[in-house]
Write a protein that binds this ligand. Structure first.
Ligand code: SF4
Ligand code: MSK
Length: 681
């Protein structure tokens, strides 16, 4: 009997889930400390689940189809793979080839990513229109200058002719029309997306020639779903063409509209100082962690938290005040506009609760772990869902549905609940002491201002420094964390390698948070980590070598910043001419695929880390990695090793410098427009 018991215990132990090694799981000491604490408290996190749950080897290669009930059909890559016979020998029940299956899966990911960003944009457009019509309390048009800037791109007139005189049009009237025109972009019956013409003319012509101009945002997503149904589109090139249309509807449509309308409603970001990492939480304050993507509620929470009664109320409960902080892209939104500190990246969401100091975590949409509810159960933390499309099944989750018409009241209710909950906090609190100072709040407008000054807000200075070789090129490094690789390790290694080689980095999303935690968003970091050219420019202009441009939808700022560089002259006529490259080192979300594809089809060489769900279909992969460049001037690539990854980006940048005739580093020369035009010729 004793032997039987022993055997049963041994079996149980053998089956017990393994725990993640905190040091191997993250490079961040604060995260390591909290992973260790989670083990001490017997609480499981994504880091542990990633150790125990291995990815499916077929799915990860993109060659599993479950688009009908004859399947799922799994098409492993044979050892004796032959490109010529593959289409006849490897097929699903319906005959779908590995290329068709991988392409269908790929563009469904694009459709999902586009939907996420664009539905976010739609919500903002609806709130914008309600605010423009003065139907809401709490929202108002804050940045009238930006409103006047975007109006012409939506075919909204800013002046009116009266008795032969040109007069300024009423600003409220402009706002209403901008809101209506913007909202129509999701479902107008004819035409094409209006913002496409903001791209350089040469780029627009490429899209037009290839028949990929998106018609409206919703339609492109619907068409992806139709074409990927069993028995519809079975040509990977034609499938990817629709994927292109959908992704452009994201980057130059839903995401760009979201960014612009948020700027007009909540203010265009300008540089400000703050801090990042879990050490921003305060033991003697009510800690409210805001997580997700849409800033419509979080803006109200920030506003309400500054009201006199809200400053006093925590004191009546024994707290010194309210400490707001953020996770993921809601964090980036409220950091960029208000300096609210960053609590952490996507992979730190469970860890923030494990501090024991989180009195409320308020979530909206996207990137929210359902396991937050299980972690919150172990503490006093109130987990509050706020969006009608994003609820959780666990009973301990509170749902307080946010309504833009009662925005301030909703935000007040949420904050009061958090403050009341402070008294339920136990003494078992452990806040990691790690945090880094940072400078964030960059936008196309503020970069131009920084580089050119008030009277000459331009990108010429940047172009001059690229042409004279002080800045080698531009790296857009963005995207998520993925527990399949060590948290933040690849993000940081790639960014450091780029700036060491004089490549200025534009960042968004969780890469931006990772860089903040590592201290790379401080101007002083230029002297420590940058090559001499970039260090000199950063010191002269007073900017960090890594510019935080915002959230995932704000990747549209990178597109527009690159467009401004083209316009400033001397670096070619199109985005694909620029010495620039894109990267998502630790991607995980379908949104990253949508972003990656609109960067590629906007002309950018784009590298992903980890793996891509196309490697099981080599012909399709080759099409993305080689053939697309002939059509769009940009292409996909994959490199898991961070240093090789950064060097591939640098090699591409050097290739473009050579093509532009600026490959020889030169002494700084002041160039006028004629000089630049001569370079373009
Ligand atoms: Fe299999 Fe074809 Fe059905 Fe996909 S669509 S599951 S490949 S039969
Ligand atoms: S939050 S999409 S994990 S960047 Fe935008 Fe971070 Fe990726 Fe979510």
């Amino acid at each position: 009997m004793a032997e039987e018991k022993k055997a049963a215990v041994a079996k149980k132990v053998a089956k017990a889930p393994k725990l993640a090694d905190p040091i191997a799981a993250s490079i961040d000491p604060a995260s390591q400390e909290m992973i260790q604490r989670s083990h001490d408290l017997g609480i499981e996190t994504a880091f542990d689940r990633a150790v125990n749950l291995k990815p499916c080897n077929i799915g990860i290669q993109g060659i599993c189809c479950k688009n009908c009930a004859m399947g799922p059909c799994r098409l492993p890559l044979p050892k004796d793979y032959n490109e010529t016979t593959d289409i006849e020998t490897r097929k699903g029940i319906c005959g779908a080839s590995a290329n068709t299956i991988a392409a269908r899966n790929f563009i469904r990911m694009i459709a999902a990513g586009t939907s996420a960003h664009s539905d976010h944009g739609r919500t903002v457009a609806e709130v914008f229109l309600a605010a423009a019509k003065k139907e809401t309390k709490g929202y108002e048009i804050k940045d009238k200058i930006k409103l006047l800037e975007i109006a012409p791109h939506l075919n909204v007139a800013t002046t009116v002719e009266v008795d032969g005189k040109t007069l300024d049009r009423d600003i409220d009237e402009i706002a209403v029309e901008v809101g209506e025109k913007a909202l129509a972009e999701w479902g107008k019956p004819e035409g094409e997306l209006l913002y496409l013409k903001r791209a350089p003319e040469a780029r627009y012509e490429i899209w037009k020639k290839n028949g990929v101009l998106p018609r409206n945002i919703d339609r492109e997503v619907v068409e992806v779903m139709h074409r990927t149904c069993i028995g519809v589109d079975q040509d990977y090139k034609n499938l990817i063409k629709q994927g292109t249309r959908a992704s452009l509807a994201d980057g130059w449509g839903g995401s760009m509209l979201a960014t612009d309308l948020q700027d007009v409603l909540f203010g265009t970001p300008y540089p400000l100082a703050s801090e990042g990492n879990m050490g921003v939480m305060k033991k003697d304050h009510v800690n409210v962690v805001i997580h997700g993507h849409e800033p419509v509620l979080s803006e109200m929470i920030v506003a309400v938290s500054q009201k006199k009664e809200m400053l006093d109320y925590p004191k009546s409960k024994g707290a010194k005040g309210i400490q707001l902080s953020g996770i993921c892209c809601t964090a980036n939104e409220i950091l960029q506009r208000h300096g609210v500190p960053l609590c952490g990246t996507f992979l730190q969401q469970e860890l923030a609760i494990i501090t024991g100091a989180c009195d409320a975590m308020v979530v909206d949409v996207q990137c929210i772990f359902q396991n937050l509810a299980n972690v919150a159960k172990c503490f006093h933390t109130k987990l509050i869902t706020t969006h009608p499309i994003a609820k959780m099944e666990q009973e301990n989750v509170l749902h307080i549905e946010f309504n833009e018409h009662y925005a301030l009241e909703d935000a007040e209710r949420i904050l009061k609940l958090a403050i009341d909950n402070f008294q339920n906090r136990s003494d078992n609190v452990q806040i990691p002491q790690h945090k880094s100072p940072l400078v964030a709040g960059f936008s196309v407008e503020s970069i131009a201002y920084h580089l050119g000054g008030t009277f000459r807000g331009t990108f010429y200075t940047l172009n001059d420094n690229i042409i004279n070789g002080r800045i080698r090129g531009i790296g857009g490094v963005v995207g998520c964390n993925n527990p399949r690789s060590r948290h933040n390790e690849n993000h940081i290694a790639i960014v450091k390698e780029l700036i060491k080689n004089d490549v200025i980095v534009l960042t968004t999303g969780c890469n931006a948070i990772a860089c903040a935690m590592e201290g790379l968003l401080r101007p002083e970091s230029a002297q420590v980590f940058c090559g001499p050219g970039l260090a000199e420019v950063c010191e002269t202009v007073g900017i960090p070598p890594v510019l935080h441009l915002g959230s995932c939808v704000d990747n549209s700022r990178i597109l527009l910043a690159a467009t401004e560089v083209v316009k400033a002259g001397g670096l070619g006529n199109d985005l694909c001419d620029l010495p620039a490259a894109g990267s998502a080192p630790e991607w995980m979300s379908e949104k990253a695929i949508a972003i990656g594809h609109y960067f590629v089809t906007s002309g950018v060489y784009t590298l992903f880390g980890g793996t891509l769900p196309v490697v099981g279909a080599p012909v399709f992969q080759k099409y993305l990695f080689e053939e697309l460049e002939k059509v769009y001037g940009g292409r996909w690539d994959l490199e898991a090793d961070p240093i090789k990854h950064a060097r591939k980006m640098i090699a591409h940048i050097d290739k473009k410098r050579k093509a532009l005739g600026i490959d020889k580093a030169r002494d700084r020369v002041l160039m006028d427009m004629t000089d630049r035009q001569a370079l373009d010729a």
